[in-house]
Design a protein around this ligand. Structure first.
Ligand SMILES: CC(C)(COP(=O)(O)OP(=O)(O)OC[C@H]1O[C@@H](n2cnc3c(N)ncnc32)[C@H](O)[C@@H]1OP(=O)(O)O)[C@@H](O)C(=O)NCCC(=O)NCCS
Length: 192
């Protein structure tokens, strides 16, 4: 079921390709995780090559287990694909009505709508792929306004404030998108 997705370009940013992570993404992964902002907002920071290999191995195992699906997001540029982000669909259960999305964008690629476009492509794929899936949740801490904007721009509507949950010390927001939400209108290209 491993698959590749596409998200359309914008006036200032190229197409995005979303594909499962591969072992040869190691150097790019470690480079991205040098960013302290990313380290602050992630549960499992990658700081060494061993951690990176373990991270990549786990994402491949997760695909095989069928509950968590991580995609490397690459810009489709002339001199070759470049890693710009990660998006993940998690908490999938057979026939289950709800799952969750997560994401980060490399520091050098922020502010160009990478995360909203990738989340939109991922959301569309999720609803098409998993029978019975009716709702996707998106969680972020209250003091992460950039992530709140990603939710809004991806069509995820604010639902509720959640109490703080380790390792994040502050309350969070839950946003949600339903299968009949606006996602279908904002992405071109199909899961292949
Ligand atoms: C949150 C995050 C994924 C946004 O990704 P992105 O691809 O930059 O998304 P966008 O381009 O749509 O920008 C979203 C918001 O980020 C802010 N932003 C804009 N340019 C930025 C830049 N150069 N650097 C940082 N943030 C910027 C703006 O508030 C923007 O909202 P706006 O479009 O209303 O101006 C990214 O900042 C990130 O990876 N942060 C660290 C990890 C993280 O927070 N993950 C989510 C955990 S819930």
């Amino acid at each position: 079921m491993r698959t590749e997705l596409r998200a359309v370009d914008t006036s200032s940013a190229p197409d995005l390709v979303l594909r499962p992570w591969r072992a040869d993404d190691l150097d790019a992964l470690i480079e991205v995780y040098r960013d302290p902002v990313l380290q602050r907002w992630t549960r499992h920071p990658v700081t060494t090559a061993d951690q990176g290999r373990q991270w990549l191995k786990q994402t491949q195992q997760d695909w095989d287990d069928g509950r968590r699906f991580s995609f490397a997001v690459l810009e489709d540029v002339a001199d070759g694909p470049r890693l710009v982000a990660n998006v993940v669909l998690k908490g999938v259960t057979p026939g289950g009505p709800a799952a969750e999305v997560g994401y980060w964008t490399a520091a050098w690629a922020r502010g160009r709508g990478v995360a909203p476009r990738a989340v939109t492509a991922l959301s569309r794929w999720a609803f098409a792929q998993f029978t019975g899936l009716e709702r996707l949740d998106l969680l972020h801490q209250v003091d992460n306004p950039a992530s709140c904007r990603v939710a809004e721009k991806s069509g995820y509507l604010f639902q509720e404030v959640l109490p703080a949950y380790p390792p994040f010390p502050r309350d969070g927001h839950r946003h949600a998108l339903t299968a009949s939400g606006p996602v279908a209108a904002t992405v071109s290209g199909d899961a292949r």
